[in-house]
Design a protein around this ligand. Structure first.
Ligand code: ADP
Ligand code: MG
Length: 463
């Protein structure tokens, strides 16, 4: 029918605009490398902030004692404690809890958010058992994983540049987030010192390095997306401090804010951005990360409903609600292997209140999910190639047996198998067979929390 033809035209046009041939991915990777140089050259030199983390040494394995970590960066936050055994003993004991953040706190006041976090942390500390041992006479110390762009002034201080991922609390911007947390802990009567403030990418890098010496970069694909890597201190022109003894500095790229004319953006992406809490910002994040993939699919479906009556004469009201179609639902539909696509049918019914679908329609919906996930996965592979190029690890040097490990974490990478497979395939395709064998993407489960605790240990006030 005319309607069906019109709907298929919308899908086809969208697919064409989302195209990521290898040549385009190479352009994106090159643009990433160029922006990395520019961001390192001067403050404000690029959309990529290339933030200095003040982490110039990664964990060695000698860290010892009881340390806490708090990980705030998305819809959930985690608290954890680890007992580190020191040389050759590794992690003797660990415990963690995950608490969801009431959405109202994400756009409320600074005190309300930090009070809530500090209260949950205090409860967790009060449940510390005898299988954890604080060295007598010491204050408890915490690594604070805070996964938003922060301009650090030391390992344990830094001001918030802006919120991302659906958080929006104006009064926090420009404030030292360690001071905010410390004040909230005091209000709770919790005696604890923040010894390290780290981005989740930096924490993941530290946690990865603790168990594998070849880890040189970390990438997060969760609600948002970001990356960190180890840079030569001499290759950071904007760094005017003393050169660290190690000669190295971990850089938090804030790659979510990358943008380039080579990114295949569609009208749906532009509309999503314009209506977001942070228009014009985090453009790369908005095409690759978990917060947005389902929303992009919803927008295309909505257009098909409005202009091609894809779901019948009226547009299903639920389909008009921003962010109703979450990425976990999208991935469940995408990966539905039942012959009649029962999962797709059920999700459409339960979440969008659409019950009149036939198999051919459900197949189109799976196809849409595939287009959006594949574009995101392939573009994140291009970003990784950009980092490898900057580090000179995208080629094999004569006579060197170099191994490169990228620590990867985040719910999107962890749970969205099709996305992960597409990312890995594209990276292999970009690198070629020989180089691919030297590069490993390793899932580092909750490495960021443990990494933050490790960095708190290596920056303890008692050292
Ligand atoms: P955060 O990034 O908020 O710190 P996570 O790393 O746990 O937390 O990532 C959570 C995100 O991962 C969710 O917002 C969602 O976008 C994505 N995600 C979680 N589960 C799935 C799933 N089953 N399929 C696809 N994406 C998922
Ligand atoms: Mg996280």
């Amino acid at each position: 029918s005319g309607r069906w033809i019109k709907a298929m035209e919308i899908v086809k046009q969208f697919e064409e605009k989302c195209g990521t041939p290898i040549s385009k991915l190479r352009q994106v990777a090159d643009a990433m490398t160029v922006e990395m140089h520019a961001g390192l050259a001067s403050e404000g030199g690029s959309k990529l902030k290339m933030l200095i983390s003040y982490v110039d040494n990664l964990p060695t394995g000698n860290e010892k004692g009881l340390f806490y970590a708090l990980d705030l960066g998305g819809t959930n936050f985690r608290v954890l404690r680890v007992q580190l055994g020191g040389k050759d003993s590794g992690i003797v004991n660990q415990q963690f809890e995950e608490v969801s953040i009431p959405p109202s706190l994400m756009t409320g006041t600074s005190d309300a958010l930090f009070d809530y976090i500090a209260a949950e942390l205090a409860k967790f500390v009060s449940r510390e058992g005898t299988d954890f041992q604080l060295t007598p006479g010491r204050q408890r110390e915490l690594g604070f994983t805070f996964s938003f762009p922060v301009m650090q002034s030391s390992i344990a201080s830094g001001t918030l540049l802006r919120w991302t991922k659906g958080f929006s609390i104006d009064e926090t911007v420009g404030q030292d987030v360690v001071a905010e947390l410390t004040k909230a802990m005091e209000r709770q009567g919790l005696d604890m010192r923040v010894s390290a403030l780290v981005n989740d990418t930096v924490g993941t890098l530290a946690g990865g390095r603790y168990t594998n010496n070849d880890v040189i970069a970390a990438v997060i694909l969760g609600t948002g997306s970001n990356a960190a890597y180890v840079e030569r201190a001499q290759a950071i022109p904007k760094w005017h401090g003393l050169l660290p003894k190690s000669g190295q500095m971990v850089i938090n790229m804030e790659w979510g804010n990358f943008r380039s004319s080579h990114l295949p953006l569609t009208e749906y992406d532009h509309a999503l951005d314009a209506e977001s809490l942070n228009p014009g910002e985090q453009i790369y994040e908005k095409v690759i990360s978990g917060m947005y993939l389902g929303e992009i699919v919803r927008r295309v479906l909505c257009r098909m409903a409005e202009e091609a009556a894809f779901f019948g004469d009226t547009v299903p009201p639920k389909l008009k609600v921003p962010f109703v179609l979450r990425t976990p639902v999208m991935s469940a539909m995408h990966q539905d292997t039942s012959p009649d696509l029962k999962i797709v049918a059920n999700k459409l019914k339960d979440i969008l209140e659409i019950s009149n679908t036939f198999l051919k329609m459900r197949k189109v919906i799976v196809e849409l999910c595939d287009i959006v996930a594949r574009r995101g996965a392939r573009l994140s592979a291009a970003g990784i190639l950009g980092i490898l190029k900057k580090m000179g690890r995208d080629t094999i040097k004569e006579g060197e047996k170099q191994r490169t490990v990228i620590a990867m974490d985040g719910g999107l990478y962890e749970h969205y198998t099709e996305y992960r497979k597409s990312l890995e395939n594209s990276l292999n395709e970009l690198l070629g067979e020989e180089v691919s064998e030297t590069i490993v993407v390793e899932h580092s489960n909750d490495g960021s929390g443990i990494g933050a605790a490790l960095l708190a240990a290596s920056h303890s006030q008692y050292l």
